[in-house]
Write a protein that binds this ligand. Structure first.
Ligand code: PLP
Length: 430
């Protein structure tokens, strides 16, 4: 083991032995090279008042050397906020702005301490880092049956996890906390589980209500009390897109400091929340409740970043910071969310028509970009293909019977027609 990783390990052994025992073998070995090029050049940035000949960029007259044609196109931003490498942990100002946003949107964070959000190359990268840090081959990752398909690769294929799944809903259409508990406890003999919670959910568009969140938190705490070590990865990709009185704060906020054997990791970002899918800016935030452990996990996250993407896009971070600090930011986000909410309510209205009862059941939805139909008689892939080739309506078939509809991409006045095409397809194939 590298001596810098050994130092991190010693810190965890002293301050947070449970966090140490949650790490994967790769997670144990990871460190951020304090003695390497990046830290020497950071030191030079602060002290090299004569000449700084450290980092591998080019400069001219105190600015990053650049192409005037690009600067012309990007003239709102200063060259030094665009062209040089951003630090591996991300631009400090954008990290602070994101932390302030977390405090603002999650009242349960008041009086709680957590690490400064670390910039990732959007959420997929953040999830992948969490997987690297905590998942070893054979570990159990608890996820709902209705989930983003990429989890299977991020946790299963890349790191060899075994997925323990549970149905998201019970028979009454509420969050199936008992099934979650069952899946969680299937890992009890191993002593460790990684739990992925994603609300608003992809693909169903469901966010639990307050009592359901309470039950989830109680279940996680009880498992920790029963001796399990739990890494809870909260994927908040669609945070903030809430359309009824579902819980409006991240469950991550409730997990911080809950139990020494619970390691809460928040993965979120601007991608969906702020309508900048191609920017590729996300955040990974650790909240073990133990300052020293948060600091060690930050170093290990930086090691994972340095050894994979090195650092995220500086231009995108600068553009996001510009948005977060802009006086119009909140109003423009609210405008888009209101539009999505109108579409969600329109979908609900259309689907309240009882005549559809012979073709599908509707998974409850209240948030996010999507809703999901459970087709009753015909496999969803066949309905998808029929709707596509007969009516030109594109949807996503998931599993055998689920069909995901991204109403985020449907104008409100087209929604009734889209669902009538899907219903016609299902009936034609019956
Ligand atoms: C639940 C969920 N998590 C993460 C992601 C990935 O987000 P990003 O594009 O920021 O990597 C997606 C994208 O579809 C998603 O649906």
């Amino acid at each position: 083991m590298h001596h810098e990783a050994a130092t991190l390990e010693a810190t965890l052994r002293t301050h947070a032995p449970d966090v140490l025992s949650c790490l994967s073998e790769l997670g144990r070995q990871l460190y951020f090279p304090r003695e390497g090029i990046l830290s020497q050049s950071a030191e030079a940035k602060a002290h090299a008042h004569a000449y700084n000949a450290t980092i591998g960029i080019a400069t001219s007259k105190g600015l990053a050397m650049h192409l005037p044609l690009l600067q012309h196109a990007l003239s709102a931003f200063a060259p030094n906020d665009v062209y040089p490498y951003a630090p591996p942990e991300g631009k400090r100002d954008v990290r602070i702005a994101w932390r302030d946003k977390l405090y603002l949107e999650n009242p349960s964070l008041r009086d709680k301490q957590f690490g400064l959000p670390i910039v990732t190359h959007a959420l997929t990268h953040g999830l992948s880092i969490a997987s690297d840090l905590f998942v070893d081959a054979g570990d159990t990752v608890v996820v709902s049956e209705q989930r983003w398909e990429n989890y299977d690769m991020i946790f299963g294929l890349r790191r060899g996890a075994q997925l323990a799944t549970y149905p998201l809903y019970d028979d009454e259409g509420h969050l199936h906390v008992a099934a979650f508990r069952h899946a969680l406890y299937s890992a009890r003999p191993k002593g460790k589980a990684i739990v992925v919670l994603n609300f608003p959910n992809n693909p169903t568009g469901y966010t639990p209500y307050r009592d359901e969140v309470d039950a989830l938190v109680d279940t996680v705490r009880a498992a920790a009390n029963d001796g399990m070590r739990l890494v809870v990865v909260v994927d908040d990709a669609y945070f903030g897109l809430f359309y009824d009185d579902c819980s409006r704060e991240s469950i991550w906020a409730r997990l911080i400091g809950l139990h020494p054997r619970i390691v809460p990791i928040k993965v979120d970002g601007a991608t969906k929340e702020h309508f900048v899918w191609g920017f590729r800016v996300g955040f990974l935030t650790v909240g073990t409740g133990i300052h020293e452990a948060d600091a060690v996990l930050e170093q290990k996250t930086l090691g994972a970043i340095r050894s994979s993407i090195s650092s995220a896009s500086h231009l995108s971070q600068t553009a996001l910071l510009y948005a977060l600090q802009h006086p119009e930011f909140a109003a423009q986000c609210a405008h888009n969310v209101a539009e999505l909410r109108r579409r969600a309510l329109r979908v609900r209205d259309v689907l309240s028509d009882r005549s559809f009862a012979d073709v599908w059941r509707v998974y409850p939805f209240n948030s996010g970009y999507f809703m999901c139909l459970q087709l009753l008689h015909v496999p969803s892939e066949r309905v998808r293909a029929h709707a596509l080739h007969t009516f030109g309506v594109g949807t996503i078939a998931l599993g055998t019977h689920d069909l995901r509809v991204a109403y985020s991409c449907l104008e409100e006045d087209t929604i009734a027609h889209v669902f009538s095409c899907i219903a016609s397809s299902a009936r034609a194939l019956r």
